[in-house]
Unconditional design. Structure first.
Length: 242
């Protein structure tokens, strides 16, 4: 579980870096090169979240939507596949400009990105469940802010359409809200996952220290001529955090 958290955190940072390059215009302009890098980044992201959102067999985790039968966990896990699919559809449409399949691929890419965004909302809710399960205030703060930013992007889009129809001069406010939520989404996602990974590392370190103390105590009280069997706590299963 710790490794999955660090993989997901690394994927989030890579996604953030790539999107920053795209927004600032530093990304490669060649459609094949840019599309290949985008597909790689989005595939790593989907794989990282797939590993991170593995089921946790713990009663309190199940209550927070982290268990094997959680529909929220499954949605957060599988809807991320829409991001690499969207890149493939978008790049395919770029190579077929003017052809009959071009508009079909374009709208299919938009639909895939919409599904991927729904997956981000599910993932944000899953992070909140993780934070509650771990009882970590820092993680809870980043996760809830991330959830607000994810929810703020579609809200800003709806507000933009309404203001465009009723009060056009105020459309800039909706655009600024969308930009602020988008930037918050990009930065708060890695912070939330990194906070969870850090907490898991701390929990394992604490568990190892406790095991060392137990072995030392057993060594002191055991009868002479008998050996103390050491048990390893370095597994990748769920940790009893809460």
């Amino acid at each position: 579980m710790r490794r999955a958290a660090w993989i997901a955190a690394s994927a989030a940072v890579a996604s953030l870096a790539w999107r920053g390059l795209v927004v600032t215009g530093v990304a490669p302009t060649d459609p094949l090169v840019g599309g290949s890098i985008g597909l790689l980044v989005e595939t790593v992201w989907a794989a990282g979240i797939f590993l991170f959102a593995a089921p946790i067999d713990d009663a309190e985790a199940v209550d927070r939507g982290l268990g094997p039968r959680s529909n929220l966990r499954r949605a957060a896990r599988f809807l991320q596949l829409a991001w690499p699919i969207g890149v493939v559809l978008d790049r395919g449409g770029a190579f077929l400009i003017g052809g009959p399949l071009h508009p079909v691929l374009e709208w299919s890419a938009v639909a895939a990105w919409g599904i991927g965004f729904a997956g981000l909302i599910a993932f944000a809710l899953l992070l909140v469940g993780w934070a509650d399960w771990m009882e970590d205030e820092d993680t809870a703060k980043w996760a809830r802010l991330y959830l607000w930013c994810v929810a703020g992007v579609p809200a800003a889009a709806v507000l933009f359409v309404v203001l465009a129809a009723l009060i056009a001069p105020f459309m800039l406010l909706a655009a600024l809200l969308a930009v602020a939520c988008g930037l918050g989404l990009l930065f708060l996602m890695p912070l939330s996952i990194l906070s969870i990974a850090r907490h898991l590392d701390w929990a394992v370190a604490w568990q190892d220290r406790q095991e060392a103390k137990d072995l030392e105590l057993q060594e002191q009280v055991r009868p002479r001529g008998t050996a103390v069997r050491a048990t390893s706590s370095r597994d990748e299963g769920p940790l009893p955090l809460a």
